[in-house]
Structures are given as structure tokens and as C-alpha cells.
Ligand binder design. Structure first.
Ligand SMILES: [Zn+2]
Ligand SMILES: [Zn+2]
Length: 944
């Protein structure tokens, strides 16, 4: 049996290639450890996930702070290849063992060749003799794929070597410099400062532009224009002088501008508007940006379209269609697309030769459509990109457009004015490509010598503008001009700068960290931030591809460049570190402390605590609490509070929307306003005064001494004392309220649409604000607040146990005893005093002595008389008296004792009916005992 194994760059292309090669045969998909293979006849395809191995340093270099393996030592460190996609690697090797032919069908460029070489090595490791060939194609379409597989060649090892050299150099640069800078600035973990071969010069360009903008001093200039009228139409004309540098001469020109406005010249002409050239990666990204796609997004979508056979390979520098390209066949195919009418128009008006750009290379054709897609099939965004690529292709085959142009010159009192107009006579390519605006200005007919009115003369004062910040697509264009990065990596470099918080926004603007790191490098090792070194390396790559230099030779040269940079860096390590640290501390400063004028800054403590504190701590204790970091890491934003002049604060959390706190002081004031007004003697005037003295919380008042309060708020000593006392009360109330909220959280299962604060607010209406009032609450009160009956029942029972436990503990009953009482079912102070010590003793197994002590404590708490401790002898005597009553048994005496009836006197004093309910002894019987005892006593008296 023979087996032909085809290795594609991704799973999706493996599937598509199998379908295209199978012709009519059925393709069987099989999964092995989650990795799919596609088989037909004796052929099997498998997809990689781009790189399945990664270059890393040999073990030993993991520890950043190692004395032996310094950042510099990474330059010469040996590297190894480590599998990153273990299951794919395992499956590839399993299949390769039995294959008698392996075809590498990865993407056709440097990166693809390197990925192919990695697959080649994995295959060779398990099968030394299998024939390995390479299929190259620029589009995953039936024709391209069939041709590619019928004409396979060998892997291009020179091209792969260039890719490998780049990989090694990037690792060496990135790792050594990132470690050096991060260690110098004492940053670790999530805060490391990354440096990269392409990344740093790119960032430097953004920083430089920002500095230009900051340095820019706008200059005033004046522009003169007039409005005339012809055939009921208003026409604007501008002074031929353009920008006037000084106001006086502009004013004089304006004053001389007088009617009549005489037409001095009418010049008509035509202008050719050439059809655009085919898309390469950069021009495609620029065009997609106009449709609102970021560079990274535009590339992601284009790659998807490529793998599904809708467009050709999107990473290309070529802007000239190769002669072999079947343009007629393609147009015929596209007639089946949703753009049939435009395709037919193009066929009917086709230019003799398609347009061509400046760059021609042989690896890939310019980006063009290769198949038919529909909006329903691929989704809105992908379809917009598909339409862009398709229309661009049509535009390159469409004729040039032709404009009719008109220029009219005027004279007004010796001052020269002019106006221009233009309109399309031949729309040409504009008919199929609406993405490039064609602005028409149609002017009426003018005749030389004609006199016109002047309706208005405008003298506008303007200012020169600073250069614009880079948009992503502008930056990509600039990177291309400077030879920074490649068509495949430029958009990724920008995405990295954003994710590392070096730049933000679009247009791009450097963050403080981005700027500080760039400047530290510029001042101390400018080679790293200049594009020259990177350009040199790019040209070396080209030399490797052409076989003029070897990979090792180029890496060696790069090593010595980096060593030279380290000579400078290491000499200035201290300065660089201090500079970065000092300047980035700025990031956390919010502004001046309202209490003392020091600096308020966000402080991140160990663990998850964060708050805003003053630089003059401990002299100044002003601080503002912040939620713990689980809610988000506090950072400052560029917004500043107009009232407090403090930076706004935002909590950022990965994968969640940021939580904007706004001005921290405004937030602090408003979140404490309610509790402050709960202080009874707090009124508007006092509140204003407190705030003007930077007292914003109840705690702040209760912490101060009455003397201090009196002085700061201008109160009489008595009033200050009262205010402090009241503040303490409110604080206690707040504490209890938060305890109650915590209790709710612990005992009510969270449910969608039910917020604890809503329940708390509803309960507050019914006077339930803490655990004590909750324990006393009615079932219906809770139900009204939105708690179901069952839950309310449990909640109340739990609240009572918790609350009474607190109370009994506070009264002084030790935890061990409390547990025994609770087990016996005695859970509240009331239950305590309605049970006799004897019974309590029996129920809990504790001595009556201990119990009596506890009962006394509870009674005091309930403001009830403490039951007198009854001597044992008296109990015995009383019991004897009770038992002497005819029919009263020992068991009944026990029950009576439980109800506090311990002798004849107490029995006679008791209400029979009530005693019956507590003891369960028939009331009639009790009355009978009472009368028997009465008689017995009367008899005894008579006997005396
Ligand atoms: Zn302060
Ligand atoms: Zn504020």
C-alpha cells in the first residue's frame, strides 16, 4: 500500500486542498487527539497551526536575575527548537512513518518556507528515506492547486534559512534587550518593558512625531476669498497670493478688492485620471482602513478569504499581474458573483492591458479575487473586504477616467482671483470602484471680459497645523518605505505596541511608558531605535535568500551589532534605570493633595489592596479608598476634573469593560455624602465647611479629637463633642449595615436580576437595616423586598440564630456553653429566662451553678429581676410539700419545677390555666391540687 501525505499550513487549507485534489472522490475526515486528517484514495492531508515548533534558549536561561546568565549572555546563548503543538507534531510523525511521499504545501513565502522546513525536519526525524517535495501556489483554487501538485519542486532551503536567521535574531534582540531594560528599571511580572528589533524603531517614529507636534509653534496666516454670482449660482474664488504672511498686506489687498469683478481668462482642458494599480499588502491595508478596518483586522479577514479560496494570498509586495494569469477566465468566473453587472461592464469597456504598479516580484501575484463569495456565505465584514478586492481587480482592468477641467481667472481692482472646476466626462474605473472619491465641481460658463458682482469678500485668519499623528495604515506605509519589518509582520508589530501599552488610540499616540523607554534607549544606545540596523538585517535576509550569504554568517554579524549596543547600555545601566523609574512614577500621580498640597498618587500594595494616598504621608493622612484589584487595576486617564484638577481614575481588567471612576475626589465625596447626612447635627452649612476643610467621611470626623473638630469646623466644644459622638454612632450603624449586607450575600443565593443592594433598600423602607432588626422582622417584610417565602423562612431562622448568638456572646456567655444551649434548642435571651435553671441544666448537662450565672447575665441584659438563687434545701422542702398533695406525682412535680413552681406557695400563686399551657397538665387537675393544698394548710392553721 502506498500513502501520499500532504502537509498544509492550517487545518482549513488542508481540508480545502483535499477537496480540490479529490475531484469527485469522497473525502473522509478523521480525528486523532483532536487533530483532523482528510483522506481520499491513497492521499491524506493534515494541517499544521503555522509554526508547530518554537525557538528558545537552551535550559538554564530562565532565571532573569541569574548572575551567570546576564541579559547580555543571551546574545550568544545556544537555541533549541521546542514543539509548541505537541499533538500535531505527534500525529505528523505518526503519519510520516508510513508515508512514501510527503508534499509540503504551506504558504508560499519566507515564513511558509520556514514552517515547511520545520515539517520537513519532523518528517525526516522518523523517516529517513521518504521522498519530500514542495507544492507552491498563490491561491487555493482548483486550477492553482492542480497545477502546483503536478509541478512540485524541492523545498527552498535558502529561503527557509533567511526565515530562520530572522527568527534567531529577533529572539536574541528581543530577549536580551527586554531583560536588560526591565531589570534596570526594576520591573518584573506583568510590568516588563519589552524591546524589539522592529518594534523599537517603529515606536520611536511614533514618539518622534509626537515630539514634533509638541514642539510645533503654529503660525498665523491670512487667506483672502470672494463670492460672486452667475446665473443665480454662488461661486467662490480665492486670491492668487494664497497665504498672506502678514495681516496688513492681506487687509490692503482686501480693501483694494472692488467691483466689477472682471473675467480675465478662461482655460479649459481635460485631465486623465489613471486607473489604480493592483493591490499589494500595504495598499490593500490602506484601502481597508478607509472602510474602517484596523490593519490587524484587515489581514485576519484577508487570510480567511484566502484559505477559503475567495482571494489570492494576501501577503505580497507585487503590484504587477504575472503574464501567466488567466484574466479572461477569472472575469468569466466572477460573472457568477453578486457583482455580475460590474463585471460585465468591465468586460465591455476593458482596457487593452491591466494597470501595473512599481513593484514586480515573482513569488505571488497582486491580491485579487479567485472565487465567488456571497454575503450570506461569509458574513458582512468578510464580504466588504471581498467586494473591495474584487472591485479593485475590476478597476485595474477598467479604462482611465477623463475629467473636463476649467480654470477661471478674475481681476478686482487690480487684485487677482481664481477658481477651478472639473467634472467627469468619462467615469472610467470610477464606475466600478466607488471607494475612491471623485469630487466634481461644475462651474457655469464664463466669457473673457465679462463683468460680475462681488457678493462678499472674506479675509480668514488661520493657523498652520502641526503634522498629523500616524494612523495605522499611514504607519505601515512609512514602515515599508523605511524597510522596517515585512509585509507579513508590520501589522503585528503595531498590534504588539498597542497590547504592550506603548501606544494608544488611532491615530496612534505614545503612552508615557512608551515615550520614556524610547527616550532612554535613544539617549544611551540609539542604534536600537534607529531603522538603519533593522534595514541592514533586512538586506542580509535578501542575501541569504539569494544564496550570497549564509544564515550563520548573518547571525554572527547581528551578534556583534548587539554587543556594541550592550557596551553602551551596560555603561549607563544606572542612569537608564533611574530615568525610567522616575519618569514612569509620573503615570500614577493624580495631582495635588487637597489637604496639604502634596502629590496624590495611586498606590498598589501587596495583595489586592489599592488606594489613593498622599506623598506627604505620614504627616498627611488624606487618602481615598479604591475597590480591590479583582475589580480592576487602577490607572489614571488623561481626563482631568475641572473642579479638583485631579486625573480621572479607571479600573482595568482583562476581558472586561473598564470601570470608569472618574475624578476620584468627586467619587469619594458623592459616595460618602449619604452617610455624612445621617449624622443628626450635620447640616448643609456644616457639611460645606467640613468639605472645605477636606473632611469627606464619617470616619474622618470620628477619628479626630473634639478639640480638633471644634477648631477645624469652628464649633463650640459641646457641639464638637456631640458631633464626634454622633459620628461614632453613624459609624457603628454603617458597620452593622454592612454586616447585614454581608449576611445577605452569604445566605441568599445570587440570582440573575436580583441585587442585594435592591433588597437592602427595600428592607430599609420597612425599618430593617441591620441583623438585629432582620432577626425581628416578619416573613412578609422579606417577601415584600423580593425574597421568596421559602428563602425568607430560612433567612429569618438563620438571622435569628446569628443575631442571638452575637447578643448572647456579647452578654458574656462563653462560646462553648453557647453551643450547648443552641444544640438544646435555646437560641434567644427570651427562651433563656422562660426556662428554669433546673431544666436548662438537664437539657444541656451543665451544672446549675453555671446556668444560674448565665441566667443572671441574660436577665440583666433584658432588664428583668435576676432570679434569686434557691438553696438546695429549700428546693427539697418544696418538692416534699408538693408531693404531699394527693394525686400529684413525681413526674408532675418535675413539670411544675420546669415552670418555676417549686413549692406550695408558688403553686397557690399560679394561674391554673396558664400553668396548664406551660406544663401540659390539665387545668382542672391543677385547680384540684390548689384547693387540696389550700385545705391542707387551713387544717394545719386550725391545728395550731
Ligand atoms: Zn496630603
Ligand atoms: Zn473632582
Amino acid at each position: 500500500m502506498t500513502m501520499h501525505l500532504i502537509v498544509a499550513e492550517k487545518n482549513i487549507s488542508a481540508r480545502r486542498i483535499a477537496q480540490l485534489l479529490a475531484g469527485g472522490q469522497k473525502v473522509v475526515e478523521k480525528k486523532d487527539a483532536g487533530v483532523s486528517t482528510y483522506s481520499f484514495g491513497d492521499t491524506t492531508t493534515v494541517g499544521l497551526r503555522g509554526h508547530v515548533v518554537e525557538v528558545d534558549f537552551e535550559p538554564g536561561y530562565e532565571n532573569w536575575r541569574s548572575e551567570q546568565y546576564t541579559p547580555r549572555s543571551l546574545i550568544d546563548a545556544r537555541t533549541i527548537k521546542v514543539p509548541t503543538e505537541k499533538r500535531i507534531v505527534a500525529l505528523l510523525q505518526k503519519l510520516a512513518r508510513h508515508a512514501d511521499r510527503v508534499t509540503i504545501a504551506t504558504d508560499f513565502d519566507t515564513e511558509g518556507e520556514l514552517i515547511g522546513k520545520e515539517a520537513f525536519e519532523l518528517v525526516r526525524a522518523v523517516n529517513r528515506n521518504v521522498k519530500i517535495d514542495r507544492a507552491r501556489f498563490s491561491a487555493i483554487t482548483p486550477q492553482e492547486i492542480k497545477t502546483a501538485f503536478a509541478n512540485t519542486t524541492d523545498l527552498d532551503f535558502a529561503l527557509a534559512s533567511a526565515g530562520e536567521a530572522r527568527q534567531s535574531i529577533d529572539l536574541m534582540w528581543g530577549a536580551s534587550l527586554t531583560r536588560f531594560i526591565s531589570l534596570a528599571a526594576r520591573r518584573g511580572g506583568n510590568n516588563i518593558l519589552s524591546v524589539g528589533r522592529v518594534q523599537s524603531p517603529t515606536l520611536s517614529m511614533i514618539v518622534d512625531r509626537e515630539k514634533e507636534i509638541e514642539k510645533f509653534v503654529p503660525e498665523k496666516y491670512w487667506q483672502l476669498g470672494l463670492v460672486t454670482e452667475k446665473a443665480g449660482e454662488q461661486i467662490e474664488a480665492r486670491h492668487t497670493n494664497g497665504r498672506f504672511k502678514d495681516q496688513t498686506s492681506a487687509g490692503l489687498a482686501r480693501d483694494r478688492t472692488k467691483e466689477p469683478l472682471v473675467v480675465t481668462e478662461v482655460r479649459e482642458g481635460t485631465k486623465q485620471d489613471r486607473s489604480p494599480s493592483p493591490f499589494d499588502t500595504t495598499t490593500y491595508i490602506v484601502a481597508a482602513a478607509r472602510l474602517g478596518f484596523s490593519a490587524a483586522n484587515a489581514m485576519r479577514i484577508a487570510e480567511d478569504l484566502y484559505m477559503n479560496g475567495y482571494i489570492s494570498y494576501p501577503r505580497t509586495d507585487n503590484t504587477v499581474y504575472p503574464a501567466s494569469m488567466d484574466l479572461n477566465g477569472l472575469l468569466a468566473t466572477l460573472k457568477n458573483s453578486p457583482f455580475k453587472k460590474d463585471v460585465e461592464w468591465t468586460i465591455a469597456h476593458r482596457r487593452p492591458e491591466p494597470t501595473r504598479g512599481k513593484k514586480s516580484s515573482t513569488d505571488h501575484p497582486p491580491i485579487h479575487p479567485t472565487g465567488v463569495a456571497t454575503k450570506e456565505g461569509i458574513g458582512d465584514d468578510a464580504f466588504r473586504v471581498y467586494e473591495l478586492v474584487l472591485r479593485r481587480f475590476l478597476a485595474t482592468l477598467a479604462p482611465d477616467a477623463l475629467w473636463q477641467t476649467l480654470k477661471v481667472n478674475f481681476d478686482a481692482g487690480g487684485e487677482a482671483y481664481t477658481t477651478t472646476g472639473g467634472y467627469l466626462i468619462e467615469p472610467g474605473w470610477h464606475a466600478v470602484y466607488p471607494f475612491s472619491e471623485a469630487k466634481e465641481t461644475i462651474l457655469p460658463v464664463f466669457v473673457t471680459g465679462e463683468k460680475l458682482p462681488i457678493r462678499k469678500v472674506n479675509l480668514d485668519e488661520k493657523e498652520t497645523m502641526p503634522p498629523a499623528r500616524y494612523t495605522q495604515s499611514k504607519l505601515i506605509q512609512r514602515m515599508e518605505e523605511l524597510g522596517l519589518g515585512t509585509k507579513s509582520t508590520r501589522h503585528e508589530v503595531i498590534a504588539k505596541l498597542v497590547s504592550r501599552k506603548y501606544v494608544e488610540g488611532n491615530p496612534l499616540r505614545p503612552t508615557l511608558v512608551g515615550r520614556v523607554v524610547t527616550e532612554a534607549l535613544e539617549h544611551n544606545a540609539d542604534a536600537i531605535t534607529k531603522p538603519d540596523m533593522t534595514q541592514t538585517i533586512e538586506s542580509h535576509m535578501q542575501q541569504i535568500k539569494e544564496g550570497k550569504r549564509t544564515r550563520d554568517d548573518v547571525i554572527k554579524e547581528s551578534r556583534s551589532m548587539l554587543h556594541a549596543a550592550f557596551d553602551q547600555l551596560e555603561a549607563n545601566e544606572q542612569v537608564i534605570g533611574d530615568d525610567i523609574r522616575d519618569r514612569t512614577a509620573e503615570e500614577l500621580n493624580l495631582g495635588r493633595c487637597p489637604a496639604c498640597g502634596g502629590t496624590l498618587a495611586i498606590k498598589h500594595m501587596r495583595g489586592s489592596t489599592q488606594f489613593i494616598g498622599c506623598s506627604r504621608y505620614p504627616e498627611c493622612t488624606f487618602n481615598i479608598g479604591l475597590p480591590v484589584t479583582q475589580w480592576g487595576w487602577a490607572v489614571r486617564t488623561d481626563d482631568i476634573c475641572e473642579k479638583h484638577h485631579l486625573h480621572f481614575v479607571r479600573l482595568v481588567r482583562k476581558g472586561a469593560r473598564p470601570w470608569d471612576i472618574g475624578c476620584p475626589l468627586c467619587h469619594h465625596i458623592s459616595s460618602n455624602a449619604e452617610s455624612l447626612t445621617e449624622i443628626p447635627s450635620m447640616n448643609e452649612t456644616l457639611l460645606e465647611k467640613a468639605r472645605s476643610r477636606h473632611i469627606y467621611t464619617v470616619a474622618e470626623i470620628s477619628r479626630r479629637t473634639p478639640e480638633n473638630i471644634a477648631q477645624v469646623l469652628g464649633l463650640a466644644p459641646d457641639a464638637a463633642q456631640i458631633l464626634k459622638y454622633e459620628a461614632e454612632g453613624v459609624l457603628e450603624k454603617l458597620r452593622r449595615r454592612s454586616e447585614c449586607r454581608k449576611f445577605m450575600r452569604n445566605h441568599l443565593i445570587p440570582r440573575k436580576g436580583r441585587s442585594y443592594s435592591k433588597i437592602m433598600a427595600a428592607l430599609k423602607e420597612s425599618g430593617v437595616t441591620d441583623l438585629a432588626s432582620l432577626a425581628r422582622a416578619e416573613l412578609t417584610t422579606l417577601q415584600k423586598a423580593g425574597v421568596s417565602e421559602n428563602e425568607a423562612h430560612d433567612l429569618l431562622a438563620q438571622a435569628r440564630v446569628t443575631h442571638n448568638g452575637h447578643v448572647l456572646k456579647e452578654i458574656g456567655i462563653p462560646a462553648v456553653s453557647l453551643k450547648k444551649y443552641f444544640t438544646a434548642g435555646i437560641t434567644s435571651p427570651d427562651e433563656f429566662v422562660s426556662t428554669t435553671p433546673e431544666n436548662l441544666s438537664k437539657m444541656t448537662g451543665m451544672s446549675t451553678g453555671t446556668i444560674n450565672r448565665h441566667v443572671a447575665l441574660v436577665s440583666v441584659h433584658l432588664h428583668r429581676p435576676v432570679p434569686v438563687k434557691i438553696p438546695r434545701a429549700r428546693i427539697a422542702k418544696g418538692r416534699k410539700e408538693l408531693l404531699s398533695i394527693k394525686g400529684l406525682t413525681g413526674a408532675m412535680a418535675e413539670k411544675f419545677a420546669g415552670a418555676g413552681i417549686i413549692d406550695g406557695d408558688s403553686l397557690l400563686a399560679a394561674d391554673a390555666q396558664q400553668l396548664s399551657t406551660t406544663t401540659g397538665i390539665d387545668a382542672e387537675k391543677i385547680r384540684n391540687y390548689q384547693s387540696l393544698l389550700q385545705k391542707k394548710r387551713e387544717n394545719a392553721v386550725i391545728r395550731i
